[in-house]
Design a protein around this ligand. Sequence first.
Ligand SMILES: [Mg+2]
Length: 184
Amino acid sequence: MSNPGEYALNSKAVAQATAEWLAKRGVTKREIAELTLFLQKDYYPDLTLRECEENVDAVLSKREVQNAVLTGIQLDLLAEEGKLMAPLQEMIHNDEGLYGCDEILALSIVNVYGSIGLTNFGYVDKLKPGILVRLNDKHDGEIHTFLDDIVGAIAAAAASRIAHRKQAEREEARGERGEDVQLP
Ligand SMILES: [Mg+2]
């Protein structure tokens, strides 16, 4: 039996597990970055895939994001193994449209970077471009009911981060303070 007194959060282990499980589930940072580029290329024509990948990295470094990734992948895996209780098992296995907890978990990622992330998340969820096509394929035996939303949310959060940083860069270029500004 575990002794609660001995538990200590290991942030490095959480980050490492996040990277490992994303890779095991076939998701690369580049593919998430491609979604981010898709979301932002019309607003920033000079935006590069590399820049998007750096922003995806920054999103993935957040504790809330790592927690959501691990929780979502765990639930997908348990559903794949048929280990969830009924009728939750059937709902997650079949990606039931009226079961919205996958989207709600993903919102904990989007919330980190504000409302631009929220609107972009809704947009990719409807359109399902790029890697989301594969994650939504119901014929390969894999279940990604949670992971598809999580990947969309990471891409959307990175898009939001880019928008805020681009504005800050513009203000800095004008010699103004670019980051959050206190009220006078
Ligand atoms: Mg889903």
